[in-house]
Design a protein around this ligand. Sequence first.
Ligand code: ATP
Ligand code: MG
Length: 341
Amino acid sequence: MQTILTGVRVNEEPTIGNFLGAYAPMINLSREHADDSQINFFVPDLHSFTTPIDHSKLYGQTIKGIKYYIAAGLDTNNPNVHIYRQSRVPAHAELSWILDCFTPFGEASRMTQFKEKGAEHPDAVTVGLFNYPILMAADILLYDAKYIPLGEDQFQHLELARNIAIRMNNKFNEELFTLPAPEKEQIKFMHLENGIRIRSLTDPTKKMSKSATNEKSKILLCDDPEQAAKKIMSATTDSEGVVRFDMINQPGISNLMVIEALLTNRDIQDVIAERAGQTNYGDLKRQVANNVMHFLANFQERVNAISDDDVEAILQKGEEYANKVANAKLRQVQRAVGLYR
Ligand code: ATP
Ligand code: MG
């Protein structure tokens, strides 16, 4: 059976960008492939402090992150669905070290996220931040995952994981790792035309990020629905005066159209056609604001209905499964590199 896998860091409250770029595609795929794939949705808690966080909140955020996965619509009764914490599967950290030693420094240095995040936190650039794509490669390769529903910003890291797998398979002359599908194939698998990149509401040339400090730039999944609607109403647009889908010249208005399409499960072409020729940005904003408000209210109601006990039971099952699969793969790699016979 093929494996589909994804994870969302819980360093901060997730945004609607995380939801639309990672949660929603994963849930859709988990429905479509309920019978023919293993569906791994994990919380990358070791990734959570590559940039500074409030550590007293991490444990609680991890549990909440899992509630978010469930509330997003993952069928936890399906025996092929597995939810686990990265930190409870020690093989991730172990394999990561081995992969480090098969990753040229120059290749890892090219990661644009490291450069961008490094520039945002110049006084806190850690080795962990530099290394995180390699831990991410371990997260993927341990489970032979082929499809990894991710936002557009993560494709470079996926390519790195693929290169590491190719390099090690060649070096050891065996199929140690299943190759993650390349970017184009991933996008096709998600039934998309392009990768998903929800933009910041205050600077639509940038992507929306949960770690951004400007609260108005992002809609959080835990935002008060009415406050969130206000953020949409005050989103930065432009002075062109025509509602047009044009990510280069009108990224703000185009971003709202993308949010509208994804939230209501419609084709972007539909939204473009519906708005063709309109000159009033307020109408579009009101509609998106309304949809965001309803989406958040429903989502939060579902989150609140999940108890900590439910989460514990799901994790116990998921972590047992993950350790079994990951340990078997780790041993295969340990043999290949000569640590075991
Ligand atoms: P951070 O600022 O902490 O890096 P983030 O919002 O970029 O937070 P990540 O935890 O790095 O979130 O990424 C989790 C998943 O969400 C990944 O699959 C990533 O591609 C996706 N994602 C993140 N931001 C967006 C966005 N703006 N649009 C679409 N997908 C996104
Ligand atoms: Mg990120």
